[in-house]
Design a protein around this ligand. Structure first.
Ligand code: HEC
Length: 243
């Protein structure tokens, strides 16, 4: 009897989550994240700086820190950077936020900690899921991020995919799968490997920011302990003459 009640309660608790998971969620592919793989992180850094940093910033990261963390020489790092930037500078963008808003309708967000708000699997799938859609301003849509304002900047490598549609259960068209249409300079395996390196690098970029947050936490704790002991001493001082 008791057991049956528990099972019933568990079922009620479980039902809403099951419902939410089954409808409209897109399958996400899992990248291999390995922050000890320096070669992968270095390749990812190159892809990021060459293809993303002209619109997105990674404003928590300095070139110099990246170079020393990833074991890159100063010369290699300088070769990647825009000439006007210095090694000690933050990875900021040169485009103006207000202008970007006019061009894209939305300003490209800072990507420093994107792998924590969006999971690595989401970003890995997102960057591989652009497809041709003539109804969109840049001619592409995305299965993971519907009506996204970002152009398919990696089209030279991946090419352009076309969507195969299926009828959804409520009668509307749904993207069933994506097929290669116009070819890029890479095949699918090469492109996936490049995006894996890129996402690996983006996870690394999100980590130092986490460390900064932990440091602040420690200062706050030290402050609270100091304050408490001061207040305690004050209390003793006040009550000294009362007894
Ligand atoms: C030409 C400018 C441009 C370039 C280059 C670009 N993006 Fe974007 N990106 C955008 C814009 C604009 C958005 C905002 C999309 C929206 O909100 O609809 C965006 C959104 C994103 C998002 C989703 C952010 C969110 O809201 O969760 C990710 C992740 C992303 N970009 C990653 C990248 C990566 C990685 C690269 C490099 C391979 C890159 N982008 C290159 C313009 C760009």
């Amino acid at each position: 009897m008791q057991m049956r009640k528990i099972i019933t309660i568990l079922m009620f608790l479980g039902l809403p989550t099951l419902g939410a998971a089954s409808s409209d969620t897109v399958h996400l592919d899992q990248p291999t994240i390995n922050l000890k793989d320096m070669a992968s992180l270095q390749r990812g850094a190159r892809v990021f700086i060459e293809n993303c940093l002209n619109c997105h910033s990674a404003g928590y990261m300095r070139y110099a820190r990246m170079a020393s963390d990833l074991g890159m020489s100063e010369d290699d790092t300088r070769a990647l950077m825009y000439t006007s930037d210095k090694l000690g500078e933050l990875m900021n963008v040169s485009i103006d936020e207000a202008e970007a808003k006019v061009w894209f309708g939305t300003a490209p967000p800072d990507l420093s900690v994107i792998t924590r708000s969006r999971k690595p699997a989401w970003i890995y799938t997102y960057l591989r899921s652009f497809y041709a859609d003539t109804k969109r301003p840049f001619g592409v849509n995305n299965t993971v991020f519907k009506d996204v304002a970002m152009p398919h900047v990696l089209a030279p490598y991946q090419g352009v995919q076309k969507a195969v549609y299926a009828e959804g259960h409520n009668g509307d068209k749904k993207v069933e799968k994506l097929l290669p249409d116009q070819l890029g300079s890479m095949n699918t395996a090469e492109f996936d490997a490049m995006i894996n390196d890129l996402v690996n690098f983006m996870v690394y970029v999100g980590e130092p920011a986490k460390l900064v947050r932990y440091n602040i936490g420690i200062y706050v704790l030290v402050f609270i302990v100091l304050l408490a002991s001061l207040l305690y001493m004050l209390k003793r001082e006040y009550w000294k003459d009362v007894h």
